[in-house]
Every structure is written in structure tokens, then in C-alpha cells.
Design a protein around this ligand. Structure first.
Ligand code: 5RP
Length: 236
């Protein structure tokens, strides 16, 4: 499979570069979700075909299906214990390595697996690297039960933190509400400019009904930035 356009080439550059830069025999790996991570999983499948000995834990059913298709052996956190490394994408990442994740609605499994890994490498195309987080709507996974009340509580919290123009929308898939791999809904918070990501992350998950939010701070150790010309840069 080949990249289909310029942005896809940048994603391919980041995802495939992770193999040479980080992957070694015997590693237990977290397998990220989204199109950039999927370039990594495809390249990993080729490496396994050529003799690399690794196992992976997928962060979504989509990544699980792709890993099976390309021949990456899978395991579970219950069997593997801690993982050596997770390679995953992001919707935005700032200079401190704080990310917005969950554009593909996989944030809950992604967070569980990243937190169970010794290290996470974030693979992104250059458009994802930002000075300030927030142009991308923040995904928040909520239980379906009385989800409107949870949405209202999220609005109150964010309003109280000074985000005056919060727009909260339930994520749709066609004309149906999107349902995550864990059976929950996603509420998107349009914050525009996030000044205090760690404060928001710390408070959102205390709201009853919130399962997880897409602000990942203090997790990505390094990032690989892919460019449209097919080159890449590794940044600490
Ligand atoms: C999925 C994610 C993805 O990593 C994120 O949306 C980036 O996706 P892509 O590589 O397709 O741009 O967090 O929940």
C-alpha cells in the first residue's frame, strides 16, 4: 500500500520511521490507532515477516483487525504486563509533548495502553505540531446513561475555568451517535485555545459519567514528525 496524497506521505514517513528508530527484537509494543499509527503497524507487519520477534497490544478494534491482517502477533496487557513502548498518533501535540488525542474515538484504550508502557513515541505529520492546543475539538468519552447531564457538567467545569465559548457536541457517525469500542459516546469540546491543559485533564475525569478525556500530558517521551517530502525528524 502506498500513501495516497501529500499529508498521507507525511504520515507514512513518521509511522514507518518508528521501526528503524525504536523497534528491537523481543519488544512488547502498544499499537496506536489512526492513519499514522496504521502506517507503523503495516511496516511492523513487514518486519515481522522478515523475522522480527515482537508482540503487540492494539488500542482499538480497528488496529487489532489491521494487525491480524498484516501478521503482527497480538497479546493482552493481562498476559504481557508492562509494555516496552507504545507508538501512537495525535491530533495535536505541543512543544512540551502534551497531546490532544481521540480524533478516531480510541482515546480510552489508547490512554490505558500508553500508561502501561515504559515509553510512548508520538508519530505525527507536521500539521499536528502546534504552539497552542485547542483548535482541534477535545474528545471526551462519556457513558451513554444520561449523557446530556454529563455534557452539562463538562460545560460548567470548562466555563468555570474561563472557557467562555465552549461548544459541546456529541460526535455523530452519519446520522447516528458514534459509539466507541467500549460502548460509550464522545462529546467534543470546542475550546479553541487551551491555556492550561494539565489542569483540565486533572479535573475532567472527576465528573461522574466522564470515562476519559483526550488531553494526554506527560506521556509522550519523543515524537517523530513526518514531512510531505517523505523525510522525518525525531524530536525529544
Ligand atoms: C485516535 C487517535 C489518533 O492517533 C489521532 O486521531 C491521529 O489520527 P491520524 O494519524 O489519522 O491523523 O487519537 O483516537
Amino acid at each position: 500500500m502506498q500513501p495516497s496524497n501529500e499529508q498521507d506521505r507525511a504520515k507514512w514517513a513518521a509511522g514507518t520511521a518508528a521501526i528503524d528508530a525504536y523497534i528491537q527484537d523481543g519488544m512488547k509494543l502498544g499499537l496506536g490507532s489512526g492513519s499514522t499509527s496504521h502506517w507503523f503497524v503495516r511496516a511492523l507487519g513487514e518486519a515481522v515477516e522478515n523475522g522480527l520477534d515482537v508482540v503487540g497490544v492494539p488500542t482499538s478494534t480497528g488496529t487489532r483487525d489491521l494487525a491480524v491482517e498484516v501478521g503482527v502477533p497480538l497479546t493482552t496487557l493481562a498476559e504481557a504486563g508492562r509494555l516496552d513502548l507504545t507508538v501512537d498518533g495525535a491530533d495535536e501535540i505541543d512543544a512540551d509533548g502534551v497531546m490532544i488525542k481521540g480524533g478516531g474515538a480510541c482515546l480510552l484504550w489508547e490512554r490505558i495502553i500508553a500508561e502501561t508502557s515504559e515509553k510512548m513515541v508520538c508519530v505525527v505529520d507536521e500539521s499536528k505540531v502546534v504552539d497552542q492546543l485547542g483548535a482541534f475539538p477535545l474528545p471526551i468519552e462519556v457513558v451513554q446513561f444520561e449523557w446530556e447531564a454529563t455534557r452539562n457538567a463538562i460545560g460548567d467545569l470548562l466555563g468555570g475555568l474561563g472557557y467562555g465559548e465552549v461548544e459541546l457536541t456529541r460526535r455523530m457517525q452519519g446520522d447516528q451517535p458514534l459509539v466507541t469500542d467500549s460502548g460509550n459516546f464522545i462529546v467534543d469540546a470546542h475550546l479553541r485555545a487551551i491555556t492550561d491543559p494539565l489542569a483540565i485533564d486533572g479535573k475532567l475525569n472527576w465528573i461522574p459519567g466522564v470515562v476519559e478525556n483526550g488531553l494526554f500530558g506527560g506521556i509522550a517521551a519523543e515524537m517523530i514528525i513526518g514531512r510531505t517530502d517523505g523525510s522525518h525528524e525525531v524530536r525529544d
